[in-house]
Design a protein around this ligand. Structure first.
Ligand code: ZN
Length: 144
């Protein structure tokens, strides 16, 4: 089940997130408030703490990796598409500690120290996430 969706460039947004906000919820709320249904997201900044996930391909469960110390968001890359009728953020991040060592993976949550977000809206028919029995993940389908 592969999907190719042609979309057109839409609006561009730069936004800073509130200190102490939860990053995944904040970017999702930002997309919703801007009316962005599909888009590409990138961000840099710093988090007070974070939880990243590693998807175990055998057990089909996310393993949580807790990072209970301040880190730099050296890279955050993600996308927005529709799941359950609403904008849904899927983001991965590479987080650097005080020594410059990085850990990374699926970004489950993080407490914002400061963050600068760039959203590129894409216009057209939004891909929709539906349950994929092979991977047990919610992957893109064309909604048919
Ligand atoms: Zn992921």
């Amino acid at each position: 089940m592969s999907l190719v969706q042609e979309l057109r460039p839409g609006r561009l947004f730069l936004s800073s997130l509130d200190h102490d906000s939860e990053i995944v919820a904040s970017i999702t709320a930002l997309a919703e408030s801007l009316g962005v249904e599909v888009g590409a997201v990138s961000a840099i900044g710093a988090l007070k703490r974070a939880t990243i996930g590693y998807y175990d391909q055998e057990t089909h469960e996310y393993r949580a990796i807790e990072i209970d110390r301040p880190v730099e968001i050296s890279s955050l890359s993600g996308n927005i598409s529709i799941r359950d009728g609403k904008p849904f953020l899927h983001a991965h991040a590479t987080l650097a500690d005080s020594q410059g060592n990085v850990r990374g993976g699926h970004l489950s949550s993080g407490t914002v120290f400061a963050a600068e977000v760039f959203i590129r809206e894409l216009c057209g028919r939004p891909p929709t996430r539906t349950h994929d029995p092979t991977t047990d993940l919610f992957l893109w389908s064309d909604g048919d």
